[in-house]
Design a protein around this ligand. Structure first.
Ligand code: BG6
Length: 507
């Protein structure tokens, strides 16, 4: 199956032999995301002939039991539909397992020998991708041990991939970045934010900078305000332990939503190089207006879902979820008002909201334009003026809508809003590749454009630290303030409505 990826092996240089070493090889991320994505790349002929996947973990597993479990993951989580048994068998032959303690030097000595044996068999110096599908607390020990075993040394072929969250605040993110760059050069480090691998997220740059007519109006003169919504139907599921420590601000806002703000607000890059694009994104984060203590109260909302109904099914409240404290104050919903203090965006509010257990999944960016300067139409032609909008739908209906006025047929003169619609499904007739497939392929060909640089991670934390500090100083009394299946707390509506603005409906 072809996926119409932006950059397949044909379009870029053919990668040489590559070994993927997955720490946490028996874990959840590996079977839900990493292996289904690598299998997609395999079917798409984007992996080189010579590749190996080594899962490293503590569980006692054989190669065969690991492969079986991973096959089950592909069946459940891949968007490939049914695949041929023969294809899986060919792919699975490249997977092996190494049992090992992440803190023991022996694990890395054995790994180094295995990797050397692969190089010998392939008669090549392979690229080695160390993917840490582990809790962040293990990043230090794994990177240090890889370095001690001599596996981090060669910059051109040793790469380390780490997952978010990078730290839990500015200080811990700095520490983590210092640790990583003590053992690996920054150019070897790939920090994943899987939103950047989504086609629709990458398309923000294409839409803005490959068409001449949007950029001239993409500024404070024409844009009234911007809303960014990341609504999820799912709750925290079995991730209560992690989520209790994180909350929605750290889990979604600090990374995924901040990335979206950067892509919407950044200045045009002069080239498509990784550092140029990342530099322009960091500039947005540096321009975010710092929250004062009072502004945190006025410009932020936190919430937590209680019991409710989603798609006709009763669901539990957050405090009843597995591994969640019955009196937990962790937020499962966040709304913020931000300003980007620069020439382009001065005083244009950016409203961001992210929440779990919303009525349905919806990720969407809406640019709300200012009204026309003069309404020449008779007043009854448009009973209720609505802003003209560009709606970028990231998921699930991938596409872009331009919502604008058109004349209704007949007389008298009446205007109505209509949608000019671009749909990925209709335009490309091919499923989008999974975000992880795009990202893993980019690591393979050493393209860091879609990964977070250390300064960007830190700038995103720095922007949110006043919120983190103010929230921890004053725990919210009434945090359990929206029922599952509704579109968030009342106070989030007030946040936006006091300026005469509005969220778009989620349901
Ligand atoms: C992850 C968060 O990064 O993104 C999860 O940790 C969240 O809590 C997920 O559910 C959402 O990703 P997507 O691709 O389904 O929008």
């Amino acid at each position: 199956m072809e996926f119409g990826m932006s950059q397949t092996v044909d379009a870029r240089h053919e990668p040489g032999p590559v070994a993927f070493i997955i720490f946490g090889g028996a874990g959840d991320l590996t079977w839900r995301k990493l292996i289904p994505s690598l299998f997609t790349l395999h079917l798409n002929r984007s992996l080189p002939d010579k590749f190996a996947i080594i899962g490293v973990d503590r569980a006692a597993l054989s190669d065969e039991t690991l492969r079986k479990r991973l096959h089950e993951g592909v069946r459940r989580f891949s968007n490939l539909g049914s695949t041929k048994a023969a294809d899986w068998k060919t792919f699975a032959a490249h997977i092996s397992y190494q049992r090992g303690d992440f803190a023991a030097a022996k694990t890395y000595a054995v790994l180094a020998r295995r990797l050397a044996a692969l190089d010998e068999a392939w008669n090549a110096k392979s690229v080695r991708i160390f993917h840490l599908a582990t809790p962040p607390s293990l990043i230090g020990v794994i990177s240090k041990s890889l370095s001690a075993a001599g596996l981090a040394r060669e910059r051109q072929r040793a790469r380390i991939v780490v997952e978010k969250p990078i730290g839990s605040d500015l200080e811990s993110a700095r520490r983590l970045n210092r640790t990583l760059t003590k053992y690996f050069h920054e150019s070897q480090v790939f920090r994943i934010d899987h939103y950047l691998g989504k086609e629709t997220v990458q398309n923000i740059l294409a839409f803005r900078f490959a068409n001449p007519m949007f950029e001239p109006v993409w500024n404070r003169r024409y844009v009234n305000y911007v809303t960014i919504t990341v609504a999820e139907e799912v709750g925290v599921g079995h991730r209560g332990k992690y989520y209790e420590q994180a909350g929605e601000l750290r889990d979604m806002m600090q990374n995924h939503l901040m990335q979206l703000v950067c892509l919407v607000a950044m200045e045009p890059p002069v080239s498509f190089s990784a550092d140029e694009i990342r530099g322009k994104k960091v500039a947005v984060l540096h321009a975010l207006r710092p929250f004062s203590h009072d502004e945190v109260q006025a410009s932020t909302v936190r919430g937590q879902y209680g019991r409710g109904t989603i798609q006709g099914k009763r669901v539990r409240g957050y405090r009843e979820e597995q591994d969640v404290a019955p009196d937990s104050h962790t937020e499962t919903y966040v709304a913020l008002q931000l300003f980007v203090d620069n020439w382009r965006w001065q005083d244009v509010p950016f409203y961001l909201r992210a929440g779990k257990r919303m009525p349905r999944q919806l990720t969407e960016i809406v640019i709300h334009f200012r009204p026309v300067p003069h309404r020449l139409f008779p007043s009854d032609a448009v009973p209720d003026w609505q802003p003209t909008r560009v709606i970028m739908s990231i998921q699930p209906d991938e596409g872009i809508v331009l919502r604008c006025y058109a004349k209704q047929p007949g007389s008298p003169m009446r205007l109505r809003q209509v949608d000019m619609r671009f749909s990925y499904r209709e335009a490309f007739k091919t499923p989008s590749p999974p975000a992880y497939a795009t990202l893993l392929q980019d690591v393979m060909v050493n393209d860091a454009t879609l990964f977070m640089r250390n300064d960007q991670v830190e700038a995103a934390w720095a922007a949110l630290m006043p919120v983190i500090d103010a929230w921890s100083a004053t725990p919210a009394g009434d945090i359990s303030n929206y029922a599952a299946g509704t579109d968030g707390p009342e106070s989030a509506k007030q946040l936006i409505e006091r300026a005469g603005h509005a969220w778009s409906p989620i349901a």
